[in-house]
Structures are given as structure tokens and as C-alpha cells.
Design a binder for this molecule. Structure first.
Ligand code: SAM
Length: 251
């Protein structure tokens, strides 16, 4: 069944509406008609079974039939602090990271980030649109957020509030995510939030790694091959979801 996202203010009592580009997608591309049913998500993690009552060029009016208990979210919330990469790599990171269940993407300005931001982060709207489209495609129950870039110290501060922080480091040896979950005395059941900080194309400064370690982060290797920054985030996220979340088949 097709799923659509609409801001919660568009759902009042037992009536909902869809506006904007999704209207045309619904009737022209998906060829849905009055009487057909869809899943309507209120962009805040609640979903409803809804029947199409009326379709106009501007809006689709729906009857809300019932609240659904579907929850396509992992049992853990992963925050990807991504060393801001060059060009369009962030598009791919947001798209694939959304499919993998990431809750928030925080572009991070570490020492070796090659981009000098002047004023607002111009890509933010586009990246959040990519997150919305990927959330629809992967039938997420929430739409992950892409936030304004933060500097290293802000990231360090924010990471302290999470249950587990993992930093894939290109010069780390031996200690990997498997070792982390097998050897460290981590109470897996208590972990609900995970921060993953990935370096940009240029990698990390040793001083950054030392600061992260001093603040409780686990510095891990992802193997002997050097992965692209966009690959490293996907690998680390997948491994964490496999060990703690729902990629391993259990919620
Ligand atoms: N400039 C670095 C070099 O040549 O060694 C490579 C940086 S890599 C392209 C970008 C980021 O991906 C790294 O900072 C790290 O966060 C992650 N990464 C890539 N390969 C990794 C590996 N084998 N183990 C751990 N982290 C890795």
C-alpha cells in the first residue's frame, strides 16, 4: 500500500489532506482514485489507514479510517556526524543513510574538511528533500532530519549525550566493531542512541581522535582497506544496526 507523508496539521479529527507535488504523483503516476486506500504518515511517526475521498488538482482529501501500529523504525536512534564531504556526496550519504535507518545527519566541520562555508548551508533544503523521498521509498515511519553543519567542538559536546559513540578512524588497527560488541563491557540493552562520526575525504587529525577518545568515544577500524567517506558511514551504520538495531533481523 502506498505511503504518503503530510504535516500533522493536515490531519484534523478523522479527515486528512495531501497537498503539493504529491497530489499529482498520487493521481497521475500512481493512478489512485476516490475509494482507494493509502497509509498517511503525519511526519511525527504516527501512521493512519486513510481512504481517498476527493481528488482535485490542488489537494487530496482523505477519510482517516484508523491509527496504525506500523513502526518501521529501528530500536536505536543513530546520529551520523559526517565530516562534510565535497561536491554532491552528501546527497548519496543522506539517501542511503535514510534507507539504513539513520535518525539525523549532522554535517560536521572537522579540521580537514575542504569546504569553507560562507553564510547558510545552501544544500540543506535539497538534502532534506532527499531525506523525504528516501523515507517514502524505504517506508520509514519518520523522516530523518539533515541539520545545519556544526564545528568539531559542538559535535564533541553533542556526542557526549549519546549512549554510545563510534568513530571509524583510518589509522585504527585491530579494534573493530565486532571486538567492541564482543569484548567491551557494554550493556547492549541500555543503548538507545548511537553517534557515529566519520571523517571527511582527508581523514582525521590525531588530535581530534585523542579528544574523542578522552570523551568516551570508541575509535574503531573498518578493516585494512581505506573506504571513501560516504562508504565508511554506510558500513559503520550497517554494522551497528546489525549488532544493536534491526538489520540483524531482531528489533
Ligand atoms: N585521508 C585518509 C587516508 O588516506 O588515510 C582517508 C580518509 S577516509 C577517505 C574518510 C573517513 O572514512 C575516515 O576519516 C574514517 O572516518 C573513514 N574510514 C575510511 N576507511 C576506514 C577504515 N578502513 N577504518 C576506519 N575508518 C575508515
Amino acid at each position: 500500500m502506498h505511503k504518503f507523508f503530510t504535516p500533522k496539521e493536515n490531519i484534523i479529527d478523522n479527515q486528512g489532506k495531501i497537498l503539493g507535488d504529491d497530489v499529482k504523483h498520487l493521481y497521475k503516476v500512481l493512478r489512485l482514485n476516490e475509494g482507494d486506500q493509502i497509509v498517511l504518515n503525519n511526519c511525527e511517526g504516527q501512521e493512519f489507514l486513510a481512504t481517498i475521498k476527493e481528488i482535485t488538482k490542488q489537494e487530496v482529501i482523505l477519510n482517516i479510517e484508523e491509527k496504525l501500529e506500523i513502526n518501521n523504525e529501528s530500536s536505536i536512534k543513530i546520529y551520523l556526524y559526517q565530516g562534510l564531504p565535497k561536491a554532491q556526496k552528501m546527497d548519496l550519504i543522506v539517501q542511503k543513510g535514510t534507507e539504513l535507518g539513520i535518525a539525523e545527519f549532522i554535517p560536521t566541520l572537522t579540521d580537514r574538511v575542504d569546504i569553507k562555508l560562507k553564510g547558510d548551508f545552501k544544500k540543506l533544503d535539497r538534502l532534506n528533500r532527499i531525506a523525504l523521498e528516501a523515507a517514502k521509498q524505504s517506508k520509514r515511519s519518520i523522516i530523518p532530519k539533515v541539520l545545519e553543519p556544526v564545528d568539531f567542538d559542538t559535535a564533541l559536546n553533542n556526542l557526549k549525550n549519546l549512549d554510545l559513540v563510534i568513530v571509524p578512524y583510518e589509522n585504527a588497527e585491530n579494534f573493530g566493531i565486532k571486538t567492541l560488541f564482543n569484548n567491551e563491557n557494554i550493556d547492549i540493552s541500555s543503548i538507545k542512541t548511537v553517534g557515529i562520526l566519520v571523517g571527511p575525504e582527508g581523514g582525521f587529525e590525531l588530535e581530534e581522535i585523542n579528544k574523542l577518545r578522552e570523551n568516551g568515544a570508541y575509535i574503531v577500524t573498518l578493516g585494512s582497506r581505506i573506504l571513501r567517506t560516504e562508504t565508511a558511514g554506510f558500513v559503520a551504520t550497517s554494522l551497528v544496526q546489525y549488532e544493536l538495531g534491526d538489520l540483524g533481523g531482531s528489533k
